[in-house]
Design a protein around this ligand. Structure first.
Ligand SMILES: [Zn+2]
Length: 497
């Protein structure tokens, strides 16, 4: 405070001394005031800086982005909810490949070039993924020509953890066909089917666009050029040749939905859900439990639906009711929210059965005993809370279990229910294939694996249910099919082996 110097008064200027001291006083006052203000400003700045540091260290950057996480949760009720404070991206490297570019515009319809939409979608994806903690590499960042080999090389050099190529579809002389489809190559890596499935499902869910399903092919050159171990897919996000869909595709809101769907799919893949087992040896397949007491005159079969409740579950219940039939729903705990709660009650009231498929579809054999138990029990608790009935059965995700899972099941009074008829509805999304597979494979005591989250599955059931009844089957719950099932045992059907 005393570091400043007051100007010395000139001793020879006596007549002005009084004046001078007054002036000196005034200067001193002024300087005091200035110092006080400076000090206050400095204190304020220091305080503000600390406040900013404090706030930013306690807030996730994602919160600034249009409430991305919140909107996502609203749009996907009970599904794929990830704590906003714990982004799943753990520095995984994602290579995004905007299809076409430069001399190659891709599809061009109604004045819209595919290459432009692919590139803007890639930028959107990079934004979102980076905010979730992923490292993102684009194969191209401007309107340049790039060969498929060069794109694959980028992925190789990046040592990527996943690869997504963005495309828009088109058909000549067809202004009507629309929808989303995702291509993958499972001869390179069986995880590709899982990865592509997540991405496809999440986009279809969020956009409500026509779900054209997955396309498995080893003839997509780009996917073939990629490292075999790299999870990869090529997404056709919609048809530019469709006048209606093109209008949606050029709309920023719709582009945003697609991007969020893709991000949700990637996140689901990396959040450890549904990973295929790395060590097959961990999986045991004990002898199936013997079943008896099935009347020889009465044929029974059990339809089982996994992964719901979803947007087709209520329609499915109505369909079952129409045909005086029942089914068993193996539901995910994290989908039991909002209107899905009432659907569960409706299922029980309709005569169907509700059992658990774990909380969030994690591969149980990859978890510790305690983690696996929590996954199973939390879903069952949620079912009990809504329906008042504690489940007797567990369907393990992928039908995969080990000794721990069997012990947990025994402990919780659960029998493991697998299946002997699998039309692969999640993969083909094709009404005819689903129908024909089930009719060809149907037999007394059969347990059929289906998923009530696909429209194609619902549509197939409109034909399958009356056809099975016509062939003399009663469509029953797993409880009715098995009679007294033993906790800890595994059932593939209701027959004596
Ligand atoms: Zn499942």
């Amino acid at each position: 405070m005393n570091s400043y110097k007051v100007p010395r008064a000139n001793i020879h200027e006596l007549p002005r001394q009084r004046n001078m001291s007054k002036r000196r006083e005034a200067i001193r006052k002024k300087q005091k005031n200035r110092l006080f203000i400076l000090g206050a400003v400095a204190v304020f700045i220091v305080f503000a800086v600390f406040a900013i540091i404090f706030i930013s260290s306690h807030t996730e950057p994602i919160a600034n982005n249009n409430n991305f996480m919140h909107r996502r949760q609203e749009n996907l009720p009970g599904f794929n909810i990830i704590d906003a404070n714990e982004p799943a991206g753990n520095g995984q490297r994602i290579v995004i490949d905007p299809g076409h570019g430069g001399n190659d515009p891709g599809a061009v319809h109604g004045g819209v070039s595919e290459k432009d939409l692919n590139l803007s979608m890639a930028f959107r994806l990079r934004d979102y993924l980076e905010q979730l903690g992923y490292a993102v590499i684009l194969t191209l960042e401007s309107d340049v020509t790039l060969s498929l080999q060069e794109r694959a090389t980028t992925a190789k050099n990046a040592e990527a953890d996943a690869f997504v190529s963005i495309h828009h579809n088109a058909l000549d002389n067809d202004a009507v066909t629309e929808g989303i489809e995702t291509w993958y190559n499972d001869t390179a890596n069986e995880l590709n089917a899982v990865f592509a499935g997540y991405v496809q499902d999440e986009i279809a869910d969020i956009t409500q666009a026509k779900d054209r399903g997955l396309r498995n092919s080893d003839r997509v050159i780009l996917l073939r050029e990629l490292p075999a171990a790299l999870p990869s897919c090529l997404i056709e996000v919609g048809f530019l040749s469709s006048n209606k869909e093109r209008e949606r595709l050029i709309c920023p809101d719709y582009q945003d939905k697609i991007a969020r769907g893709i991000v949700n799919g990637i996140e689901k893949f990396f959040s450890g859900k549904n990973r295929l087992p790395e060590q097959q040896s961990e999986i045991i397949s004990p002898p199936a439990d013997s079943r008896g007491q099935r009347s020889e005159n009465e044929k029974m079969i059990a339809l089982t639906f996994d992964d719901g409740p979803g947007r087709h579950t209520q329609e499915l219940l109505d369909l079952l009711a129409e045909h005086n039939s029942a089914a068993t729903f193996f539901v995910l705990g994290d989908r039991i929210t909002g209107s899905h709660r009432q659907i569960l009650r409706n299922a029980v009231e309709q005569g169907s059965e509700v059992a658990g498929h774990t909380w969030s579809h994690r591969l149980l054999t990859a978890l510790t005993y305690e983690e696996a138990k929590r996954e199973i029990q939390s879903a069952n608790d949620a079912i009990f809370e809504i329906t008042g009935i504690y489940p007797k059965f567990l369907r393990a995700p992928f039908g995969l279990f080990n000794n721990d899972v069997r012990d947990i099941s025994k402990e919780l009074g659960l029998s493991l229910i697998n299946w002997n008829i699998d039309p692969e509805d999640w993969r083909n999304r094709d009404v005819d294939i689903i129908y024909e597979h089930i009719i060809a494979a149907a037999g007394n005591g059969g347990i059929i694996l289906l998923h009530d989250i696909y429209e194609s599955t619902l549509e197939a059931m409109r034909r399958v249910i009356p056809a099975l009844i016509g062939a003399g089957y009663r469509l029953v719950t797993v409880s009715e099919l098995l009679g007294d099932a033993v906790p800890g045992n595994i059932y593939y059907n209701g027959l004596i082996f």
